[in-house]
Design a protein around this ligand. Structure first.
Ligand code: MIC
Ligand code: SF4
Length: 644
């Protein structure tokens, strides 16, 4: 039997376990990336491991999230990361160089290689045929130290693309269609592999839009084959030598099949507050808008920006609308400047932002109260924009630009003929904003520069014999990491200071949680299904750890967050019978006796609700390796004790 592309790359990198779906496998990691909001923690963890130089083929640290410097904190973190990079063999992409995923695709990604990144949209690299996976910072630190990265051997979903997108229908509409069909939990435990004749009609940036937002499916990653179009893209980036053709075998067997005829798609919109709440423009009807934001790692390529400039040319942004545009990288911004498209945007009244995440992570451009904002981004979770009652709609750049001119949600197909937008034969190549590391012999001369905001991270204690603790918080389904550990301009500067950032933990759900949990000293959080969806931020595990959370008990977990909990030494449990969720109230006391012994004997854990006087069963679906981590008190303790 032939292999899928996913199986080919994973098996070529297998260092632990067997390629049996559902079982844990360890893979060798060729490349890593970090960004600044998760990077400080990842590099503190890397330092704690005591490895002098990264052992990967290429590790890159990007500064793209915390670029609003309203105090010393972010600038100090940037300086810290820069100095760690210099010392330990890591390339440092300076602020201004662009969004990690966009720059990595342009300058460093290589077909057939493995990449993990401390950011959930790392699967963008799947656009050039990489297995690129989002992970917690600690996992990235271990990979930089040469350790394997562990995942559940995934099922592979075949998305068969036929036909060709009609004018003004975009790659964004393809992934919104997939989200509409599969939902935000439809991809858990799966890799989404794109195949079929339709693949040949999509450029690399379009493919990358699709793999990027595959993160919103909860998928392990998404991947496109590496073909002639990939070769041309790499050639235009001056990197043709890293190209290799890669695709699935003709007789490869997949676990699921999704068929999409590109010719039948229409412009789509993800409505508040979930990326899978997808409707067509016609279904939504008349919608007056206040704001349009174009950019983010999903839609900030040169191709996207050229389309936007074409639509804006000679027009003026509607008087009731604020339009911001953040080109994804210095390369994109510079090319727009040189070919005149930037001037077209400025002329139309666009507010040009630096090449960074910006509004996508609430770093500025929060909409007005109840403001309706169309964004080309990938997440529209409640409050993420910085305005609690902001209404965020996710759309393609074409739809965003058309609507910015009319002031209402506008189908871009009303724009008339669409020119044939082409990628350049040669991109503008200048890596002067990427600082290479110092030679190994000179590394001792580099001083790591730590600002006063960088505080030691909490490390869990070994698993106690019994856990008797109250439920400090009970939340519902689809809790995102933006609920657990909100971001935004005010809170993000505290990413390297866990005691401080913990004060905002679960702020969106219940502002009294941090002080209550601290008072309780140890506690249990109870949640619904798909708990922890969204980002890779390990702060969503480290803050609860600092606040004394020992167990998180839910109906189900999102992949990266569950791994982050284990890494932090917090026990992730699921209800054996989901109906038991309704029988627990906040402040109930739960008792788990001899938890270590129970874990050793299997996956079932007996829990007693001593407040209500009943016993129920929970599941801990973890590998032996992960259980060992819990006994030790998290990944760092485990690595120290086992030297793995
Ligand atoms: C996000 O889009 O939510 C982020 C900000 O990029 C996060 C990482 C973080 O919280 O720093 C992600 O996607 O992993
Ligand atoms: Fe940055 Fe937004 Fe992409 Fe996250 S989703 S990496 S915040 S642009």
């Amino acid at each position: 039997m032939g292999q899928t592309l996913t199986e080919k790359i994973l098996s070529a990198h297998l260092v632990d376990g067997k390629m049996v779906k559902g079982e844990e496998i360890g893979i060798r990691i060729d490349q890593t990336l970090t960004q600044d909001a998760t990077g400080t923690m990842a590099y503190l963890e890397f330092e704690a491991m005591g490895v002098p130089r990264v052992k990967t083929e290429r590790s890159v640290a990007y500064i793209d999230h915390n670029t609003l410097q309203s105090g010393f904190e972010n600038a100090d973190d940037h300086r810290f990361i820069g100095s760690v990079c210099k010392k330990h063999g890591i390339y440092f992409s300076r602020p201004g160089n662009g969004i990690c995923h966009q720059v990595h695709l342009e300058r460093f990604g290589i077909p057939g290689k493995t990449l993990i990144g401390s950011d959930s949209h790392t699967p963008t690299g799947g656009g050039i045929g990489m297995i690129a996976i989002g992970a917690g910072g600690m996992d990235v630190a271990v990979a930089m130290g040469g350790g394997a990265y562990y995942i559940t051997c995934p099922k592979v979903v075949k998305v068969e693309l036929t036909g060709k997108l009609r004018p003004w229908v975009a790659a964004k509409d393809v992934i919104l269609e997939v989200l509409k069909r599969l939902s935000v939990k439809g991809g858990v435990g799966k890799v989404i592999e794109y195949t079929g004749e339709g693949v040949k009609t999509l450029s690399v940036p379009e493919r990358a839009t699709i793999t990027n937002m595959g993160a919103e499916l909860g998928a392990t990653t998404s991947i496109f084959p590496s073909d002639e179009i990939t070769r041309q893209f790499l050639k235009a980036q001056g990197r043709e030598e890293v190209y290799q053709p890669l695709c699935a075998d003709a007789d490869a067997e997949y676990d699921e099949l999704v068929e999409i005829n590109l010719s039948e798609l229409e412009p789509l919109v993800a409505c508040p507050h979930s990326p899978d709440n997808v409707k067509s423009v016609a279904e939504i009807g008349n919608l007056k808008i206040d704001q349009v934001c174009i950019g983010s790692c999903t839609n900030s390529s040169l191709l996207d920006m050229l389309k936007v400039a074409h639509i804006l040319k000679g027009k003026t942004v509607h008087p009731d609308v604020s339009l911001s545009i953040a080109p994804g990288s210095k390369q994109v911004l510079n090319m727009l400047a040189k070919n005149g498209a930037l001037s077209v945007m400025i002329d139309a009244g666009a507010r040009i932002l630096e090449s960074a995440c910006g509004p996508c992570i609430g770093m500025g451009q929060a909409p007005n109260s109840k403001g309706i904002s169309l964004r080309t981004f990938n997440r529209n979770f409640e409050g993420r924009s910085g305005t609690k009652d902001g209404q965020i709609y996710l759309v393609s750049p074409e739809l965003a630009a058309a609507s910015a001119l009319t002031g209402v949600l506008t189908d871009p197909r009303t724009l008339g003929d669409m020119p044939d937008f082409q990628l350049p034969e040669l991109f503008e190549i200048n890596d002067n904003m990427v600082v290479p590391p110092i030679e190994a012999e000179k590394m001792d001369t580099v001083e790591v520069l730590r600002g006063p905001n960088i505080k030691p991270f909490p490390v869990a204690e070994a698993l106690p014999e019994d856990i008797v603790a109250k439920c400090s918080l009970k939340v519902g389904d689809n809790i995102t990491t933006d609920h657990i550990m909100p971001a935004g301009a005010k809170i993000l500067p505290l990413r390297s200071n866990i005691p401080e950032i913990s004060k905002y933990c679960f702020g969106v759900c219940d502002e009294s949680f941090p002080s209550r949990a601290l008072d309780m000293k140890k506690s249990i959080v109870v949640g619904g299904s798909n708990y922890g969806q969204g980002s890779s931020r390990e702060h969503a595990a480290l803050a609860p750890l600092y606040l004394g959370v020992k167990v998180v008990l839910t109906k189900s977990f999102a992949r990266i967050h569950m791994a982050n909990l284990v890494n932090a030494g917090i026990v992730p449990m699921t209800f054996a019978n989901e109906a038991d969720y309704d029988r627990i109230d906040q402040m109930d006391e739960l008792k788990i006796e001899k938890i270590g012994e129970q874990l050793k004997n299997g996956d079932t854990i007996v829990v007693t609700n001593t407040t209500k006087g009943f016993t129920f069963e929970a599941k801990v679906s973890l590998s032996e390796r992960q259980k060992e981590m819990l006994y030790a008190g998290g990944l760092l303790n485990y690595t120290r004790t086992t030297n793995k």
